[in-house]
Each structure stands twice: as structure tokens, then as C-alpha cells.
Design a protein around this ligand. Structure first.
Ligand code: NAD
Ligand code: SER
Length: 319
């Protein structure tokens, strides 16, 4: 049975990954950690530690204490927030990654660190962006992601550390709100629809980006770490996607179920510039061939599930 440490477990992905990993590997085999104090039923099912992942000894102590063999490294500052404080973006994204890789090298752990569509830039082919292509991002977030991909591959080839990764598109979920990304609008729009509010869209009509529903993202993270590596041609990092849309398309998908829903456009310059530098759509055929990636949710199926779940939350007074 794996002995897993999640670093940065308090965020949009970590809150749900903690639950799913504990369902699979057992509550006591999954240690969740974050810079901030983690509270609530999902976290309290098993061990909780406070780790600032820019401090290597804090990771070392927990890895030794629980005999950890697998690290999910989720600590990062997302794209829009990092653009407001680039050094923070670099220090957290790269500090956490380098420390996790060093600990993994010394204590023989596998490491998963998500990359992003942000690892691409304005000179990358925009449509059906290939797995292997130009990566010259225009954001500090993207610079950390490309650096992370390269460092993770280096630790594999140089030291044999079992590093694996996917390039996530925007993730849409209903448990924990996203933390300062450019794709956050695609989550916030569902909350506005269910609350009966007019949605103010921070991106222009026609701004296409790849997206994915959280259940598929959780499968990607768990399945790639369980995959037989003998079939890998790539490692850090695989393109994965489930859908591509612009604000108008997701708005109309929601309007089908919430007919009086209204949206207006008020583009935010930083988010718009970031989105304009990212691909419209990714080619994820290598992930499909090398480890069986196969998402289950398209836009309509996700929309039905998001609206149902958020309406239930609203009825319980949780929105
Ligand atoms: P998030 O912002 O919701 O959560 C990040 C967590 O890291 C937070 O709980 C924060 O407290 C924690 N953290 C920050 N600094 C820390 C530190 N020094 N030590 C320990 N913890 C620290 O982010 P997320 O959406 O859960 O993203 C997780 C990872 O997935 C990131 O690497 C992100 O770039 C990547 N990713 C996310 C998306 C998405 O749409 N959510 C898409 C692509 C890639
Ligand atoms: N959701 C992330 C962001 O917008 C993509 O990596 O920053």
C-alpha cells in the first residue's frame, strides 16, 4: 500500500485529492499538509501536518515520520495572482518543487507535480497544441511550469526519481473555489447561475481555453501514478484535456438549464493577456496512448452535475 504525502492539500485540487486518495489507499496512509491549518471532515479523516514546502526540513520530518513513498506536490501560486507578485510565484512554485524532488531523491519517493496549459506561450501552435512543441511562456507561472517539467525530467534521468506529471487545463469543481487562476471564471460562472446573479465575465467572447471537470482531473493524477511506466515515452509532462470552450459557449450550456441567466463582459487586462497567450486546445493523444487517459465528462455532462451539486449546496445554506 502506498504511503502518500500531499503538499498544498488545502486548495481546489488538494481538498478533493485528499478524499479520493484516502478512499483508495486508506485514511491513515494519506497525510495531508498545507501552509495553512487544514480543518474539516475530509482532512480530519486521517493525519494532518502543517508544512511550508519552501522549508525542506519540514518536508523531511513528515516523510520520515510517516515513511512516505509518494508525494503529490500541489503548492503553487496560480497564474493571475503570480503575475501580481512574480517573485512569490517563483519562490513557492520552484521552492516547493526543488524541495520535494530533493526529499524524493534522498528518501526514494515518487513525485507528482501538476504542470499546466500555462507552460505554453504566444509562439506555441494554438490549436491542437502538440505534446512536444515550443514552450516559451509569457507569464511567471508558465516559467515555473516549464522549469518544473525540465527539473522533474532531470531528476528522473540523472537520479532515477520516479517523477510524473500532467499539463492540466482549467479545472472546474464545486467543493473548494479556485485560488487565483485565469481559468477561474469557468467555475465562478456556475456559482453565479445557481445564486441567481448576473455573471461579469473577466475574459472576452472568443477566448478559447481547454477545461476539465475535477473527477477527470482526480482520475488523471491517480491513474498516471499507478500506470506501468514501461509504456512511457514522456513523463514531465503529458498534455491532458476534456473540452475546449469560450465564455459564450459555457454561458449557453448553462442557459439551457437556467434560462434567465445573464452574463456581461468586462475583460480584466491581466487575465485577458494571460488567456490570449495560452492554447485554444491541446492534443492529448500521447497521454491516451502511453497510460490510457480517457476523460468521462464533456461540457453538458459537467454542467448538469455542477448545477445539481451547487443547487443542493444552496438548499443546505452552504453557498
Ligand atoms: P490552489 O491555489 O487552490 O491551492 C494551492 C495550495 O497551496 C493552497 O492551499 C495554499 O495554501 C498552498 N500553499 C501555498 N504556498 C504554500 C507553501 N509555501 N507551502 C505549502 N503549501 C502552500 O491551487 P490548485 O488549483 O489546487 O492547484 C494545485 C496545483 O495544480 C498547482 O501546481 C497548480 O499550478 C496546478 N494546476 C491547477 C489548475 C487548476 O485549474 N486548478 C490547472 C493547472 C494546474
Ligand atoms: N487554472 C490555472 C490558472 O488559470 C491553469 O494552470 O492559473
Amino acid at each position: 500500500m502506498k504511503r502518500i504525502l500531499i503538499v498544498g492539500a488545502g486548495g481546489q485540487i488538494g481538498s478533493e485529492l485528499t478524499r479520493n486518495l484516502r478512499d483508495i489507499y486508506g485514511d491513515n496512509n494519506v497525510v495531508c499538509s498545507d501552509l495553512r491549518q487544514l480543518t474539516g471532515p475530509i482532512y480530519e479523516r486521517g493525519p494532518i501536518e502543517r508544512i511550508d514546502s519552501t522549508q525542506i526540513m519540514q518536508i523531511v520530518d513528515v516523510v520520515k515520520k510517516y515513511n512516505i513513498d509518494t508525494i503529490y506536490n500541489l503548492a503553487a501560486i496560480l497564474s493571475a495572482t503570480a503575475e501580481l507578485n512574480p517573485m512569490l510565484g517563483w519562490n513557492v512554485g520552484i521552492g516547493s518543487l526543488v524541495n520535494c524532488l530533493e526529499v524524493a531523491r534522498i528518501f526514494n519517493c515518487a513525485v507528482f507535480t501538476p504542470s499546466s496549459i500555462g507552460a505554453f506561450g504566444p509562439s506555441t501552435p494554438r490549436d491542437m497544441t502538440p505534446q512536444d512543441t515550443i514552450q516559451r511562456p509569457a507569464t511567471i507561472y508558465g516559467v515555473t511550469k516549464v522549469t518544473g517539467e525540465l527539473l522533474s525530467d532531470y531528476y528522473f534521468t540523472r537520479f532515477g526519481v520516479d517523477t510524473r506529471s500532467v499539463r492540466f487545463p482549467g479545472l472546474i469543481s464545486n467543493l473548494t473555489l479556485p485560488g487565483g487562476g485565469t481559468t477561474d471564471y469557468a467555475v465562478e460562472i456556475y456559482y453565479a447561475a445557481v445564486k441567481g446573479e448576473k455573471f461579469v465575465c473577466p475574459l472576452k467572447k472568443g477566448t478559447f481555453m481547454d477545461m476539465m471537470y475535477m473527477p477527470d482531473a482526480l482520475d488523471a493524477m491517480i491513474n498516471i501514478m499507478e500506470a506501468d511506466p514501461s509504456k512511457f515515452i514522456h513523463r514531465n509532462s503529458f498534455n491532458v484535456t476534456a473540452m475546449s470552450f469560450d465564455p459564450e459557449i459555457i454561458y449557453n450550456a448553462i442557459k439551457k438549464y437556467v434560462p434567465d441567466f445573464e452574463m456581461v463582459y468586462e475583460p480584466e487586462p491581466i487575465k485577458q493577456a494571460i488567456a490570449d497567450s495560452w492554447p485554444n486546445s491541446l492534443d492529448d493523444s500521447c497521454a491516451r496512448k502511453e497510460w490510457g487517459w480517457n476523460p468521462k465528462y464533456d461540457l453538458d455532462k459537467m454542467t448538469v452535475d455542477m448545477l445539481t451539486t451547487l443547487r443542493e449546496k444552496k438548499e443546505k445554506g452552504l453557498l
